[in-house]
Design a protein around this ligand. Structure first.
Ligand code: BGC
Length: 750
């Protein structure tokens, strides 16, 4: 397929039509030139292919397939390999179903636990999100299926998502919200990006040149195509000019007419249209070339894979007195509707049609377990009969396992939560069971954090998140010790909603949402404010213990172009095999530009047999120490002393070493009469001038008996006054004329 030749033979109308879909899920074909239509489908934790009536809300049926663990679960694996395996499996499913592109992964940041779609997203941390998503993108695309990373960007809520305006400062935008997209473009080589519905700082993303061209293509080198979120087009012609290639869904003839008219009346250069068409033809060509029509899917194997992945994802939040794993000889009660019908995915466009959902109770048929429903999942009222029956069953058992969590109606696309509590009937049930049964274990099925008013009363909590169609098999393996939990929460669990950093500004007012907390999202906020959490970012227990030692760095200094290697040893000092997600944070200096206390900059999952020790190695470059500096529109590393902190969680740092950072980047600074003296130190010319001035002052002081207006003060006070005094003070106190000062300022700025 010679796409340049095809382009040259296309009529203006055909080109314009190519920039919209032909239907809900297909691109436009140009049969006379041999260009077929290709299909795209929702995901991303499974394949949602609709053969009949189409919709983007999860309403009409899609083909039967496997649903895998959802975003928060996958992120809790802290394991790039888990995402790789998932990408491969879904890639093959797409090939078997002739699907050219999967609409995912979603890499929006968990700014608030209230976002209804958090169950699809990975984490509050941009680095973790970007790394895991890039791994998924890479492996999916290796199977010849394009990934479409969404929703680019600033779409961290569902309230008014189709029209809202996200107000966010430049540094926060790049540092927190754009960097996951950047990773999927630069590292994952994503072939498509979905623009979000919303505006950022007053411009709708679907027609924003800065977002679609300047940042995406020019800064990051993106060479794929941009598609709107479904129905997310604004001004189609403005969008094309900004870098938007495809409008979806198709079926609106008006779209092409407008483009044709704009070219004809000269308001749109045809070359702009040609670029978009070439992007689309490149995608179609790649899809055809990489097509593997003979791919066969073994659904049973994929269902097994779903359980295997979930075992890597579930997080053991609490385990007092080694309550878990449960001895297989114990008399066990499974209580709660989710033991039979687990909540395993969320509602909306990612909803997968699952023929065989495996609940823990049915999957535990080789164990002797009694069951009581305990509550109705779609209700928040307590059913006294169900409660009494559950209490009776719990009393008669050695151990009670409660299967609880959020009902479907609590978290879904299109709707944010207004609180983070579980339904009252479930909290009442947990309290009641914990009162009569000291060995009470809670299994959580949720896509986002919830409050746990009963946390001190129960012995253990295992969070399986929304764990996919085979969550029951994985849960049993984890509860009874056939698998060892190794997940770590990828988001901070707050004690109360009011503690969260976006609390005062979520979901905004009259369609405007201000990200006023800036870079202080998730643990960046709690750490800075030294607040307690229910569970900190990165927390997760195991049935074994790990010791950390021998932290070494290849160099204790780093400059802009350098890389350093960090190594440490991790040992399994317990009795069972286990995996540990080793987390590397950089502790930032707190005396320069505003920085979080520490930030995750790498991680590795290590598998260890009892007694086994392994060395873990990380490579760090400038970016690990950098923040986004709007003055240079780039990442900048400040000179100072940092620490490399190796932790088992963000609040459980086991090893730490200092590292000196020496930046070679000089930030631009415009001097005025009111610039503080201290700023002279920020440039070479400034430093030279400051030295001259100091020498002059010392000379003057030794020549005469000095007088001042400061009275008696400490050395610190005098230094602070001098540091902060504006340059113009040189005229009042330094014997410099205003003309001389202006000449100095001109020299400094030249
Ligand atoms: C969602 C997207 C989805 C699209 C197509 C939109 O409503 O925001 O995530 O891919 O529909 O179903």
């Amino acid at each position: 397929m010679d796409i340049n030749k095809i382009l040259s033979e296309m009529t203006l109308e055909e080109k314009a039509e190519m920039c919209s879909g032909s239907s809900f899920w297909y691109t436009q074909s140009v049969e006379r030139l041999g260009v077929p239509a290709v299909m795209m489908c929702d995901g991303p934790h499974g394949l949602r292919k609709q053969k009949g009536a189409a919709d983007h809300l999860g309403i009409n049926e899609s083909i039967e397939t496997v649903s895998y663990p959802t975003g928060p679960a996958l992120a809790a694996s802290f394991d790039r390999d888990v995402l790789r395996k998932l990408g491969e499996a879904i890639g093959e499913e797409c090939q078997a179903e002739n699907v050219a592109m999967l609409l995912g992964p979603g890499v929006n940041i968990k700014r608030s636990p209230l976002c209804g779609r958090n169950f699809e997203y990975f984490s509050e941390d941009p680095y973790l999100t970007g790394e895991l998503a890039a791994s998924f993108v890479e492996s999916l695309q290796e199977k010849g299926v394009a990934a479409c990373v969404k929703h680019y960007a600033g779409n961290e809520q569902e309230t008014l998502r189709m029209s809202s305006d996200t107000i966010v400062d430049e540094r926060t935008l790049h540092e927190i919200y754009l960097s996951p997209f950047e990773a999927t473009v630069k590292k994952g080589k994503a072939r498509s990006i979905m623009s979000s519905y919303n505006a950022i700082n007053g411009s709708f993303v679907a027609e924003c040149k800065k977002m679609l061209t300047d940042v995406l293509r020019e800064k990051w080198g993106f060479d794929g195509f941009v598609v709107t979120d479904w129905g997310g087009v604004q001004d189609r012609v403005k969008g094309l000019r900004a870098g938007l290639d495809l409008e979806m869904p198709g079926g609106n003839p008006d779209a092409a007419v407008r483009i044709v008219k704009a070219v004809q009346d000269g308001t749109l250069e045809e070359s702009v249209l040609d670029k978009a068409v070439l992007n689309m033809l490149t995608f179609v060509k790649r899809s055809i070339t990489k097509r593997q029509p003979d791919t066969n899917i073994d659904r049973d194997a994929n269902l097994k894979l779903a359980a295997e992945l979930e075992k890597e994802c579930a997080v053991l939040l609490k385990n007092d007195n080694a309550m878990l794993p449960i001895k297989k000889s114990s008399k066990v009660a499974y209580i709660g509707e989710f033991a039979k019908k687990p909540r395993y995915q969320g509602s909306g466009s990612s909803y997968i049609n699952v023929p065989n959902l495996v609940g823990a109770y049915d999957a535990a048929n080789n164990l002797s377990i009694t069951y009581a429903q305990g509550f109705r999942a779609n209700d928040s009222e307590t059913d006294a009969t169900l409660l009494d029956e559950a209490i009776k069953v719990a009393k008669e058992s050695d151990v009670a396992v409660l299967f609880v969590g959020l009902p479907n109606s609590y978290e879904s696309e299109g709707l944010d939560r207004s609180h983070i509590d579980m339904p009252a009937n479930q909290n009442i049930l947990i309290n009641a069971i914990a009162t009569v049964q000291p060995n009470t274990i809670v299994v959580m099925h949720t896509g986002s954090p919830v409050t746990m008013p009963w946390i001190d009363k129960v012995s253990a909590v295992l969070c399986v998140y929304l764990g996919g169609a085979n969550v029951g098999t994985a849960t049993n393996a984890l509860l009874f010790g056939d698998a060892n939990p190794s997940g770590k929460v990828a988001e901070s669990w707050p004690i109360r909603l009011e503690d969260t950093s976006a609390y005062l500004n979520f979901p905004g007012h009259e369609g405007v949402v201000e990200y006023r907390e800036g870079i202080y999202v998730g643990y960046r906020y709690y750490d800075k404010k030294r607040m307690d959490m229910l569970f900190p970012f990165g927390h997760g227990l195991s049935y074994t213990k790990f010791s950390y030692s021998d932290l070494k760095v290849s160099n204790s200094k780093i400059s802009d172009e350098d890389e350093i290697t960090v190594t440490c040893k991790v040992k399994n000092v317990g009795d069972v095999p286990g995996k540990e997600a080793v987390q590397l944070y950089i502790g930032n200096p707190q005396d320069g530009v505003q920085r979080p206390v520490r930030e995750l900059r790498d991680f590795a999952k290590v598998s260890l047999k009892p007694g086994e020790e392994k060395q873990v190695s990380f490579t760090l470059g400038k970016r690990a120490f950098a923040y986004y500096e709007p003055k240079i529109n780039d990442w900048n590393m400040e000179t100072g002393t940092y620490t490399i902190d190796i932790g088992a969680s963000s609040r459980d740092i086991r090893l730490s070493v200092a590292i000196e950072v020496e930046s070679t980047t000089e930030l631009p600074i415009v001097f005025t009469r009111n610039t503080p003296m201290a700023y002279l130190q920020k440039t070479a010319k400034g430093r030279a001038l400051a030295e001259q001035m100091t020498a002059k002052r010392q000379q003057a002081q030794s020549d005469s008996s000095a007088s001042d207006h400061l009275g008696e003060g400490s050395k610190e006070m005098v230094e602070a006054m001098v540091r902060e005094a504006p340059l113009k003070f040189m005229c009042s106190f330094g014997g410099v004329s205003i003309e001389q000062l202006d000449a100095m300022i001109e020299m400094l700025n030249s």
